[in-house]
Design a protein around this ligand. Structure first.
Ligand SMILES: NC(=O)c1ccc[n+]([C@@H]2O[C@H](COP(=O)([O-])OP(=O)(O)OC[C@H]3O[C@@H](n4cnc5c(N)ncnc54)[C@H](OP(=O)(O)O)[C@@H]3O)[C@@H](O)[C@H]2O)c1
Length: 264
């Protein structure tokens, strides 16, 4: 499908979860391509250090927006601050976290917080963004996960939260296309970031399908530029997702449980 060229330079992006890992890599790359960046996360000191670095390296404008997206109402307030006096052209819904363990043993409040950060906040931000972008153009990148491709025991709420985000994001991609808004779903496999320390998992340096944060960002931005709806970086990860689609569901879920049990 022919698409207009995607322009970065001189426009504003809002990146959630910019204090670490994939979000930080998004902020760096978007600034390198000439975007002004609004950076959101809880750890303000990290956001400020990144903002200073990017402003002096690329002569762009930056905005630091401390926000706890696990708090009800925080996403709406974040959008209000980001959009005040600025036209946000690209929203990167990246903030998120996982928790490994038996569903009944993981603290309920932490799991509810996970749903607010991984599902409610991106949904609310996408709603605000689409209302602003429809007709005048723009883009939304939702960072989901290969974990959203199927139910996964021992990380059940996380996998379900990413399944929600994939479903929402892909529906919005089709809903918004004719209004000139590109919505991209990116499904990373394993990436070494702060994610593992929070989730209580581990990734080996040579884990199958492992990618760097920069590779995830390149794949997502390429999809944005070319008008692709969904991207799963890494052949191994794409094969895993394809296998899940054709395997009997019970078998796939039992296999996922066996893999999760072996993960330290
Ligand atoms: N790493 C992987 O293997 C992997 C695989 C598939 C998908 N993903 C997804 O990739 C995204 C980025 O994760 P990452 O791997 O880059 O992990 P990370 O290094 O731990 O970064 C997570 C980011 O989310 C932010 N965040 C977490 N809770 C938040 C809250 N309550 N309010 C606001 N911001 C919050 C963190 O900032 P603060 O702590 O400063 O608030 C941090 O900037 C997540 O959505 C994750 O699910 C990761």
């Amino acid at each position: 499908m022919a698409r207009d060229a995607w322009e970065y330079r001189g426009r504003w992006a809002l990146v959630t979860g910019a204090s670490s890992g994939i979000g930080k890599a998004f902020a760096r790359e978007l600034a390198r391509r000439g975007m002004h960046v609004a950076l959101a996360a809880r750890r303000e000191d990290r956001l400020r250090a990144l903002a200073d670095e990017l402003a002096s390296a690329h002569r762009i404008r930056t905005l630091v927006l401390p926000a706890d997206l696990g708090e009800p109402g925080a996403a709406g307030e974040l959008w209000r601050q980001a959009a005040e006096g600025r036209d946000i052209h690209l929203l990167v819904n990246n903030a998120g976290f996982g928790l490994k363990g038996a569903f009944h043993e993981l603290p309920l409040e932490r799991q509810s917080e996970m749903v607010r950060v991984n599902c409610i906040a991106p949904m609310e931000l996408a709603h605000h963004a689409l209302n602003r972008m429809r007709g005048r153009g723009g883009g939304i990148v939702n960072v989901a996960s290969v974990a959203g491709a199927q139910p996964i025991p021992l990380i059940a709420t996380y996998a379900a939260s990413k399944a929600f985000l994939i479903s929402l994001s892909e529906a919005l991609a089709i809903e918004s296309r004719e209004a000139g808004v590109r919505v991209v779903t990116v499904n990373p496999g394993p990436v070494k970031t702060g994610f593992q320390a929070v989730a209580g998992t581990e990734v080996r340096d040579r884990a199958p399908g492992i990618r760097t944060p920069e590779q995830i960002v390149d794949a997502a931005l390429h999809a944005l530029e070319t008008g692709r709806m969904t991207v799963t970086p890494g052949l191994v990860n794409r094969l895993a997702v394809a296998a899940v689609r054709v395997a009997p569901r019970g078998l796939a879920i039992r296999a996922a449980k066996a893999v999760m049990r072996r993960l330290r």
